[in-house]
Design a protein. Structure first.
Lengths: 672, 144
């Protein structure tokens, strides 16, 4: 059994090496036989990794504790779901999971393109399999999940495993890693096509059309993964927040930022033939950041709350990254002639310019977060002193960045291509601007003083207004023509140009999320030590502890408080924050927080522990305004992204200026 | 060309503002990583600076007094007394023998006043599941 798994990954590794050679040689020599063989090798690699994964999952679910990995990450008591989730619960397993996802993606790419891109595909396979090969080296030689405990020799038998950490035994947590992985691994596909297009000196933007949906889907997975992580942190960790600028969180956020920049700047290439080099840089950069994130969090280079362990896989990642970066740089520099821009920037107030600022800002955010995360390493290298920066640094630089981005979200899509007239500016922005300013004035008058929150609320209304106005305008025009209602008009409008209106919906989701983020300026919290019968208050809430109980069962011991909550005299019922101490392993403690979620604010109660004389309970109460908007915003974003993915009813043709060279003034046909 | 100059000027303004924010942010927020021994060597220089110190929690040293929690961090032979007085709960993983990091300032009485404490089970999670699950390690933050 264990040998089957180990042999399968070893064979997969050999086949991946073959696929690299066959791909590159087949593409280079234009040898159809070799190119075909490379494609077949991809299928075989998928099959072998699937077998290996099946072996691991089977051992995890049946509890074959001779496997070191199973003994560490599974146990008898866990429900089947979490036994299965242990597949990605530890380092070795998650690397295998990564490999498996990559092989799935590769297989889909090879299958869907089996009759297309004859010259490019062998190289695409080569690049995919290079990445696959790297992860298979990890699976086979560096972090094998098939290491066995010496049962029968030094160890008599292993009765039970350690089990998955109780904090991870939470439904959102079981799907959070696969989502992020799908997002991370998926970006290798646009990258592979970009490289394939560079190698074969493709004159057009074929790689962008082919991978547009890939990029969008993987971006959606990344967004989902990040939001699930935030939601889990909020609901399970008991510190009342959802984002802490921890290195591992940052590592997941970095590729998301650059992928977002990429999704925007490809539109410039599609419609205007501009920013071709930049798009190459962004797509490669995103892929490198995905790999880099893995490296950052596993190598122990940066100490994080998540990972301050050292591990041996760091140098491998550095080596792999160095090879890929060097190769990509060489290719881009060597092929600059094929990446010439086809039009020029005509006005600062234009769609082109707003895309450039969008990119600048996203990359600046990405860079600042990377800089902050790596600051201990950089400062140690430069001055010999290890200095870290934390939450205040990240907030200070990123709050203005994201407010500016929010502003661009509103104005960018309404700027015309090439140049925008003053008249159209007034027409589009007069009312949204007035609405935003009125809201800010109103909030000021109501006594709100937090400057960032005020700006954010004003901008949110401004952007939301512009988006709704766009839908309203288009829907009115359609309903006037067809005689249907405006809602039907809005639907028809979206169906005619899915990408554009889907994009607006995504923007709306971001706006809704920002309302939630801005709410954090008004968080309240209080920590109290209470006895049965004690009362305390926080904001509008009056809280009274009616009971303190404790007990234990097979799995854990618990302390629980019953808290009677009133809001301005209206009873809201009883809440039961609880603290559990799991018996397996290391007596891990977890918080079962009690949250009352409402649109305007969440009441969040955490049982932090008992005082040292064991007489009183330490209760933490938080009031977190508008947090629910973040989760709602995610669903809007999901809806918008799905709308982008559906093909439009009308196939839009974009006329493109086909003139190379910048000196000559080019009059492109006006487009929308 | 005029357009490009305007554009370049705008970019310069944006980038300049961000650099200014970043430099200010770093100066305001920088925390020095020090070992227990280094802090003791720094003597008066250590006072007032934001420091981060790591070590193992000395078994039996965790004492809760109301909201205040004190414990001893040990690194090889050196040890330092930590007092945590923040509002956020201490991480569940802070217990005897755990690896911990404390952020804060050294007082004149050579007691380290932490505003944030992070901790991690020493033995069980030495290999981190890591990477793509930002929050999946049994760690909780306390304080900000």
């Amino acid at each position: 059994m264990e040998n089957l798994g180990a042999i399968a990954v070893l064979l997969a590794f050999c086949l991946a090496v073959f696929a690299i050679v066959a791909g590159f040689v087949g593409g280079w020599k234009k040898n159809a036989f070799l190119a075909h063989a490379a494609g077949r090798a991809v299928y075989s690699v998928w099959f072998l990794i699937t077998v290996a994964s099946a072996v691991l999952v089977y051992s995890l679910t049946t509890g074959d504790y001779r496997f070191a990995y199973v003994a560490q990450h599974s146990n008898r008591a866990m429900p089947l779901l979490y036994k299965f989730a242990s597949w990605w619960g530890g380092q070795e397993g998650s690397l295998l999971f990564w490999s498996w996802l990559l092989s799935c993606y590769s297989m889909v790419v090879v299958f869907t393109n089996r009759r297309r891109h004859r010259s490019m595909m062998p190289y695409v396979i080569g690049v995919l399999m290079m990445t696959q090969c790297f992860f298979l080296i990890m699976n086979t030689f560096v972090a094998s999940p098939f290491k066995m405990l010496a049962v029968g020799r030094t160890i008599q038998s292993v009765a039970d495993g350690n089990g998955l950490n109780p904090l991870l035994q939470y439904p959102a947590m079981a799907i959070h890693p696969p989502m992020l992985y799908l997002g991370y691994v998926g970006f290798v596909v646009p990258f592979a096509f970009a490289i394939g297009s560079l190698i074969t000196r493709q004159p057009g933007d074929e790689w962008i059309y082919t991978t547009r949906r890939w990029a969008l889907v993987t971006w959606l997975f990344q967004s989902t993964g990040i939001l699930l992580g935030a939601g889990w942190a909020y609901a399970v960790l008991g510190w009342g927040g959802y984002w802490a600028w921890d290195p591992v969180e940052n590592a997941s956020f970095l590729p998301w930022l650059s992928a977002t920049a990429f999704l925007h700047s490809v539109m410039m290439q599609e419609k205007k033939g501009m920013m071709k080099v930049w798009n190459m840089v962004l797509v490669s950069g995103t892929f490198f950041l995905c790999i880099f994130g893995t490296f950052l969090t596993r190598s122990g280079v940066v100490s994080s709350v998540h990972a301050f362990a050292q591990s041996s896989i760091g140098p491998w990642f550095v080596g792999f990254l160095a090879i890929m970066v060097a190769g990509t740089l060489y290719l881009i520099l060597d092929r600059l002639d094929y990446l010439k821009t086809e039009s020029r920037l005509e006005s600062v107030v234009s769609r082109e310019s707003s895309f450039m600022f969008n990119n600048l800002i996203l990359v600046a955010a990405c860079f600042s977060i990377l800089w902050g995360t790596l600051f201990p390493v950089i400062s140690e290298w430069a001055t010999g002193e290890k200095i870290s920066v934390g939450k205040p640094f990240f907030n200070r630089i990123n709050i203005p960045i994201f407010l500016f981005l929010l502003f661009l979200t509103g104005v960018g899509p309404l700027f015309a291509w090439r140049r925008t007239s003053l008249d159209s500016l007034r027409r589009n922005f007069q009312w949204p601007l007035i609405a935003g300013l009125v809201l800010v004035a109103g909030l000021l008058a109501a006594g709100m003083r937090a400057p960032f929150a005020l700006t954010a609320f004003g901008l949110c209304l401004f952007v939301a207004w512009t988006i709704v106005a766009e839908f309203y305008k288009g829907a009115s025009a359609i309903s006037a023509k067809t005689g249907g209602g405006r809602l039907a008009g809005a639907y028809e409008l979206t169906r005619r140009n899915q990408r554009r209106y889907g994009g607006y919906i995504v923007h709306m989701g971001i706006v809704v999320m920002f309302v939630g983020f801005a709410g954090s300026a008004f968080n309240l919290d209080s920590t109290v030590e209470v006895n049965k019968g004690d009362a305390f208050s926080l904001g509008h809430y009056q809280l009274r502890v009616t009971d303190l109980t404790s007990g234990d069962n097979d799995n854990y011991a618990w302390n629980r408080a019953a808290i009677d909550v009133n809001k301005d005299g209206t009873p809201l019922g009883l809440f039961y924050p609880e603290r559990r101490f799991y018996k397996s392993g290391e007596r891990q403690a977890t918080s079962e927080v009690a949250i009352r979620r409402r649109l305007n604010e969440d009441l969040y109660l955490n049982f932090a522990g008992m005082s040292d004389d064991n007489q009183r309970a330490v209760i933490q109460a938080y009031v977190n305004p508008l947090v629910s908007w973040i989760w709602i915003g995610y669903y809007v974003l999901l809806l918008g992204t799905l709308a982008c993915l559906v093909p439009s009813k009308v196939r839009l043709q974009y006329a493109r200026t086909k003139v190379l060279g910048l000196k000559k003034k080019v009059y492109a046909p006006a487009e929308k | 060309m005029k357009t490009y100059w305007k554009f370049a000027a705008l970019v310069a303004v944006v980038v300049g503002a961000l650099v200014w924010l970043a430099v200010g942010g770093i100066n305001e927020d920088k925390t020095y990583y020090k070992t227990v021994a280094e802090i003791q060597q720094m003597g008066p220089h250590a006072l007032g600076k934001r420091l981060r110190v790591g070590g193992d929690v000395e078994p039996g040293s965790i004492i809760r007094k109301g909201r205040q929690v004190s414990f001893v961090l040990r690194q090889d032979k050196q040890a330092i007394q930590i007092v945590y007085d923040g509002t956020a709960p201490l991480p569940d993983t802070l217990k005897d023998g755990a690896q911990a990091l404390a952020d804060g300032r050294l007082g004149a009485d050579s007691v380290f006043r932490a505003s944030q404490v992070q901790a991690k089970c020493a033995s069980k999670y030495e290999t981190q599941p890591g990477q793509a699950h930002p929050e999946n390690i049994p760690i909780r933050k306390a304080g900000v």
